[in-house]
Design a protein around this ligand. Structure first.
Ligand code: IMP
Length: 195
């Protein structure tokens, strides 16, 4: 089955393909299209709303069943921020290093017990028939005091999960505990009715 993945993020595309390929899903990404898709204004107030906006816009433009995710980091000390604003936490253009520096600055002097956080991911898949699948996952952890490792992307070097820093664990280890891994697991179960 062909599914279009509405994401420009190379790391995410790689994670989705790695997890969905064993199900026989042929994931088409934007770099395989002749012309780029329109930018989608992420005007939703939740991860799920934003994922729906991206997936339905992609369906309209490609005609293919389309899947999109929206994800981010929610830090308890910051009342859930940066949340849906994770990518642009330190402003435009998106800069992961600046986002991580800002996060460390805001949590300066906060002891380990106060640094709890979770990654959250919502996945929405929309079909030409109007059917919609929604799936979600989260991963609990805490924000480290300094970046660790070179693996992953975004806030990974600062996020410590139950099995270690996302900047240091392998791809397969990350998939087994991550928000996206869990949301994809949930999605994999729900998509079987359509395969
Ligand atoms: P999205 O592309 O609109 O979903 O924005 C997600 C943003 O949240 C990314 O740019 C990262 O800053 C952050 N994020 C989401 N998932 C991850 C992850 O697995 N590791 C690190 N950062 C992530």
């Amino acid at each position: 089955m062909k599914l279009f993945l509405a994401s420009k993020n190379k790391h995410k595309i790689f994670e989705f393909k790695r997890i969905l390929a064993p199900l026989g899903i042929d994931l088409i990404s934007e770099d395989q299209l002749e012309s780029p898709l329109s930018e989608v204004d992420e005007t939703g107030t939740t991860f799920e709303e934003n994922a729906y906006l991206k997936a339905s816009s992609a369906l309209k433009e490609t005609g293919l069943p389309s899947i999109a995710d929206d994800s981010g980091l929610c830090v308890d000390f910051l009342n859930g921020e940066p949340g849906i604003y994770s990518a642009r936490f330190a402003g435009e253009p998106v800069d992961n290093d600046k986002n991580n520096e800002k996060l460390l600055r805001l949590l300066k002097d906060v002891p380990k017990e106060g640094r709890s956080a979770r990654f959250v991911c919502s996945i929405v898949c929309v079909f030409p028939s109007g059917d919609t699948i929604t799936a979600s996952g989260s991963c609990e952890g805490y924000i480290d005091f300094a970046p660790k490792g070179n693996n992953g992307f975004g806030y990974d070097p600062l996020f410590v999960s139950e099995i270690g820093s996302f900047g240091e664990i392998s791809d397969a280890e990350k998939d087994s505990v991550s928000h996206r891994g869990k949301a994809l697991e949930d999605f994999s179960k729900k998509i079987t009715n359509y395969l």
